[in-house]
Design a protein around this ligand. Sequence first.
Ligand code: HEC
Ligand code: HEC
Length: 238
Amino acid sequence: MHRRTIGSSVLFAFYVLWSGAALAAADAPGAMPPGMDERVRACTSCHGVQGQGRNNDYFPRIAGKPADYLFNQLTAFRDGGRTYPPMGYLLAFLPDDYLRQISEYFAALQPPYPDADHTEVSPKVLAAGQQLVMHGDPARKIPACIACHGARMTGTQPGIPGLLGLHASYIAGQMGTWRSGTRRALEPDCMHTIAVKLNDRDITAVSSWLARQPRPADPRPAPASAERLPLACGSQPQ
Ligand code: HEC
Ligand code: HEC
């Protein structure tokens, strides 16, 4: 059932995106093309009508993340830095310009967040997660997650995504693929450097704690930091 749903959304997605790419070629460079809502229906079948993600499901929120971050992800799915075949096929022949337009479209949306996770998790695990996110672990040279992802955890312009509104299974899955090297980001790939220092217990702790945090009143990413350190990660121009 699940398989069939994904299969048909991908077929439909091909159609919508291809007609979109053809139209995009005719647009003035830089202008937000008309009818974007229609064109991104390929994407919203999985990511929610406004890219908000889905309740109780793996599909991640994409709305409101920095446009450069989204663009880096789309090129990664297209070019091999991230692997998820239903998206890889969709993006295979789409040019950078078009992927930028899609990224800007979703970055500008701020739909409400899905419900926070309320599953049973021991207070000890949650405390360990909070400690790592807020303070890191200097003894193991693990930086605080908020150093880059922002004190409010809503991300930092231009290349660092927010960590709220994602499901624990998604966060844990991403940390796992960074650790194993199947998810790669632009150099310096800080998340790989960090993920290899985390054990399974750390990953369970941070992902359970993050997924339970209340949704931010102001979901916008923090502005780019003047110091650039350690924010150089993920902020290179393409
Ligand atoms: C068949 C369902 C499906 C379709 C269709 C789909 N996605 Fe995804 N998308 C996913 C899943 C699942 C992931 C997480 C994959 C992983 O584990 O890395 C994802 C990840 C992403 C990410 C990375 C999110 C992040 O926070 O790092 C972006 C950006 C994204 N999708 C955008 C799109 C866009 C734009 C489209 C339309 C062109 C699209 N997706 C179509 C299911 C889908
Ligand atoms: C030195 C800066 C830095 C620190 C510290 C950092 N991150 Fe990241 N993080 C990044 C960057 C840059 C990206 C985007 C990488 C890319 O483009 O794929 C990212 C992406 C992520 C993502 C992907 C989100 C998504 O939507 O797919 C997760 C999850 C994440 N970080 C979790 C963490 C956790 C948990 C910690 C603390 C243990 C942490 N990060 C600490 C820089 C950092």
